[in-house]
Design a protein around this ligand. Sequence first.
Ligand code: SF4
Ligand code: SF4
Length: 135
Amino acid sequence: MPTPLVLELIRQLLNKPATNCFPVKYYPGQTTVTELINKVQDGEVEINSPVEVPEEFRGKIAYDKESCIGCKLCIRVCPSRAIEFLPEEKKIKIRIDRCIFCSQCNDVCPTNSLSMSEDFLLANEDRLDKDMIVK
Ligand code: SF4
Ligand code: SF4
């Protein structure tokens, strides 16, 4: 009679891994991360796709500027002060480097102008890079 531990071991062996080797399966030797990124961009190294994200995953915020009415409710509920008001446009801008992905701004927005996307590849050396600002 197999013990629960053995059964669990067999179950784990047969399960698909929850993670994968990202961004590449085999890291080319003697290569810095920057060189690796350049090789990927030049098509010399194929990127290993990330795993699918689960339903209701909270990735980078998406903002529908057109439907935003500038009510500032999202700014009031944001615990990390990631959202700034743009008075001249009566719209907002979100700093991804400050966001903690709590989704409170999404929940409070009366026009559903905010949503959490599936984008989680957010590493960046420059916190004020255009990819780190949503507006
Ligand atoms: S998800 Fe949370 S932390 Fe990020 S901008 Fe919205 S309220 Fe702020
Ligand atoms: S809560 Fe929604 S409508 Fe109001 S300012 Fe924020 S994004 Fe715009």
